[in-house]
Design a protein around this ligand. Structure first.
Ligand code: TPP
Length: 338
């Protein structure tokens, strides 16, 4: 892949979003057609600006955590594509050695510290990482992504409280796509009690941002990260965006009944990639040619990665069970029960 440094910074963000879009779209097709990826898979198609804008605001020493919607932040932070695709195929060469699947991505070499399936879990883990940075006096920031649904877990309130009390360098990036699976936010929370307001009530500096505007996200992310590094305490950014595909899996869900086809189409019209390309076109007239070239480059890259993943070795049973639990301990538990 051509280093993004070869393009000026704004175009590099368009490129990063397009790469995630193309990777996920091609993966979705394979997932549907071949059934080779035996892992629940939550795509971020339509939400690319949140991951790309926020990760662009971080430095290499900063760490990023996410929940189940993990591919986009993993790739935006520089996670290894082949290791992710291998992981989705359950291979030994996967970033979690084939044990974790889509929801358990990790690439510590680039600061992608991990993703996990338990809703809200990584909010606490990121807060803990930020606490460690603060205790050691390291000028590092922890960034955690989560959805609007995760803000309804108790751990969200506990983490914000702890981070505010200790003025921790943690950025809470809430990707508010309005739905927790099929439940709309407007039916889950009383009118007038937004996520930004709830964060502010915990003493956390909170800002509402257009999450489909990658430049607005990057700028808000930079301000948040700067604030954290200056010791001014945590920041929550509520990034308003929208998931185009079904909650989990590769398909569209216009006919599932919990949201209208018109609503989905209206958000597709607010495509973050097209908006960003439109914004840079005046200063960068070559953007349309680049988009075509990048599209071909990323399409080839992801097809190659899937081919390589299918040829990669499966983990051995010994490797898969190593560290999971000790058979002797399991036998002892079984013995007690009988
Ligand atoms: C503790 C816990 N409860 C329930 C679930 C099941 N679950 C998985 S994703 C999800 C909805 C998440 O919605 P949101 O946080 O808004 O993220 P989004 O999927 O919209 O990105 C739920 C309820 C879970 N994984 N963990």
């Amino acid at each position: 892949m051509t280093p993004t440094a070869d393009y000026e910074p704004d175009a590099a963000l368009v490129r990063a979003m397009l790469r995630i879009r193309r990777v996920e779209e091609v993966l979705a097709d394979y997932y549907r057609d071949e059934q080779q990826m035996r892992t629940p898979t939550h795509f971020s198609i339509g939400q690319e600006a949140t991951a790309v804008g926020m990760c662009a605001a971080t430095r290499p020493g900063d760490v990023v955590y996410t929940g189940h919607r993990s591919h986009a932040p993993y790739l935006a932070k520089g996670g290894d594509l082949q290791a992710m695709v291998d992981e989705l195929h359950g291979r030994e060469t996967g970033c979690a050695k084939g044990r974790g699947g889509s929801i358990h991505l990790i690439d510590t070499a680039v600061g992608f510290a991990g993703s996990a399936a338990i809703l809200g879990e990584m909010i606490a883990v990121a807060t803990g990482a930020a606490w460690a940075f603060a205790l050691r006096g390291e000028p590092r920031v922890a960034l955690t992504f989560f959805g609007d649904g995760a803000t309804e877990e108790g751990v969200f309130a506990e983490s914000l409280n702890f981070a505010a009390v200790h003025r921790l360098p943690v950025v809470f990036a809430c990707e508010n796509n309005q739905y927790s699976i099929s439940s709309p936010l407007r039916q889950r929370q009383p009118v007038g009690t937004g996520i930004t307001e709830r964060a502010a009530a915990h003493g956390v500096h909170a800002v509402s941002v257009d999450g489909n505007d990658v430049f607005a996200v990057r700028d808000a992310g930079r301000a948040a990260v700067r604030r954290c590094r200056a010791g001014a305490g945590p920041v929550l950014l509520e990034l308003h965006t929208y998931r185009w595909r079904e909650h989990v899996g590769p398909g569209w869900d216009h006919d599932h009944g919990y949201r209208s086809a018109e609503e989905i189409d209206a958000w597709v019209d607010r495509c973050p990639i097209r908006r960003a390309a439109d914004a840079v076109r005046a200063a960068q007239p070559r953007i349309d040619r680049w988009l075509r070239e990048w599209d071909a480059e990323f399409t080839a890259e992801i097809h190659d990665a899937v081919r390589a993943a299918k040829a990669a070795p499966w983990p051995s049973i010994a490797e898969l069970t190593r560290g999971a639990y000790e058979p002797t301990a399991a036998a002892a538990v079984g013995g007690e029960r009988s």
